[in-house]
Design a protein around this ligand. Structure first.
Ligand SMILES: NC(=O)c1ccc[n+]([C@@H]2O[C@H](COP(=O)([O-])OP(=O)(O)OC[C@H]3O[C@@H](n4cnc5c(N)ncnc54)[C@H](OP(=O)(O)O)[C@@H]3O)[C@@H](O)[C@H]2O)c1
Length: 337
């Protein structure tokens, strides 16, 4: 591949690819994964320059797979190994967050991922009524100072709590949130916070589980039983709330025209659009390792630019669709009561 993969310095000692490989897709709810095949696929991604992986303690075998992959790279003993970055998450039940509980979780991730320090741990919290999230973050901060992790990040936190955490003197470098042409809630308030506090956004849902592709262009509305991954089910709901299937088809047609003009795919246009948003450090694209693969196509995202006219045509759909911020709330509110 001739493409130069865009990289981004998320924080000191943490350089990431601007397209990260998402590992929710190995958790079991997106098709069954063969570990050996998946491992070989990871090598392919890495050798094509896609060297950053996003996982979580709750994504089934993801951290263990990363650990085995890490060993494979170490045994190759080549310079590319140093580029590998593994971002994980800590997604506990919303119970009292003791130091011991948090430290055990971090040590479990270290052990599974076969690393001596975590590049980034992204913390998720299900229930703001329980303010123990501040305790968890304080413990994580202590573990950072103790050398168990390089950086602290958040996932699915809203702007109000980002401010609260920041006011408590806790430094985090990123917030991982849903950000796509359909879901532009991060632009409402969070973007401003990120600007002021030098926090990067890591976007997921940018391809709406694969809906942003030629595969769905001109297709009738799928029934629930057609949706064979948890990801497609999640984002079909977003399409419904956003404005429904007919409007989505109009959007796909517009994206297809823009894509053809640039000689790229609908997925490339959808990804580029979000990569160009302020404070977006990277877009995470789900990888169904050993089931499907879009490496060469996704690399093309780095080979073209959207011009202001392309962007304006896409922006027009925000006026035609529903406002997700009004309907759902700020980022991540869909995960909380
Ligand atoms: N923090 C959170 O709460 C949270 C929530 C969701 C996701 N995430 C993270 O984000 C990652 C992405 O997951 P997602 O659910 O948002 O999925 P997504 O990235 O929107 O969609 C992934 C799917 O898009 C399709 N695809 C990828 N590249 C394509 C291309 N070039 N052309 C056509 N289709 C393409 C593939 O579908 P096929 O396999 O069918 O070809 C792939 O499985 C996850 O793995 C996870 O790391 C985080």
């Amino acid at each position: 591949m001739a493409t130069t993969i865009e990289m981004h310095k998320l924080a000191d000692n943490l350089q990431i690819c601007r397209i990260l490989n998402g590992m929710w897709q190995v958790s079991g709810s997106h098709g069954s994964i063969n570990m050996m095949t998946a491992l070989n696929e990871m090598i392919k991604y890495h050798d094509c320059g896609f060297t950053s992986w996003d996982m979580a303690d709750i994504y089934g075998p993801a951290e263990m797979l990363f650990g085995r992959f890490n060993d494979v790279l170490a045994s190759r003993n080549d310079v590319e190994t140093t580029k590998l970055t593994g971002l994980t998450k800590f997604v506990p039940h919303p119970v009292t967050m003791t130091k011991r509980l948090v430290e055990n979780a971090v040590r479990r991730s270290l052990q599974r991922m076969h690393v001596s320090i975590l590049d980034l741990i992204q913390f998720h919290w299900w229930d703001y009524q329980n303010s123990s999230y501040l305790d968890a973050l304080r413990h994580l901060d202590d573990l950072k100072h103790a050398g168990l992790l390089r950086h602290l990040g958040l996932t699915n936190f809203d702007t109000q709590r980002m401010q609260e955490i920041s006011d408590a003197g806790l430094r985090f470098v990123s917030n991982q949130v849903q950000y796509s042409i359909l879901d532009q809630r991060p632009a409402v308030q969070m973007e401003q916070f990120c600007k002021k506090n030098k926090v990067g956004l890591l976007a997921y849902g940018t391809l709406a589980g694969g809906f942003f592709s030629e595969k769905y262009l001109g297709r009738p509305e799928p029934s629930w039983s057609d949706l064979n991954t948890a990801s497609l089910q999640k984002y079909k709901h977003i399409i419904d709330v956003w404005g429904g299937w007919d409007l989505f088809q109009q959007l796909l047609r517009t994206l297809s025209i823009i894509a053809k003009k640039h000689g790229v795919s609908i997925a490339n246009v959808a990804t580029r659009y979000i990569l160009d948003k302020p404070h977006v450090s990277g877009v995470i694209i789900g990888a169904r390792l050993g089931i499907s693969e879009h490496i060469t196509d996704n690399a093309k995202t780095f080979d073209f630019q959207l011009n202001p006219d392309d962007q304006a045509q896409i922006d027009e759909f925000s006026a035609l669709s529903n406002n997700l911020f009004d309907l759902i709330g700020d980022c991540g509110d869909e995960y909380r009561n």
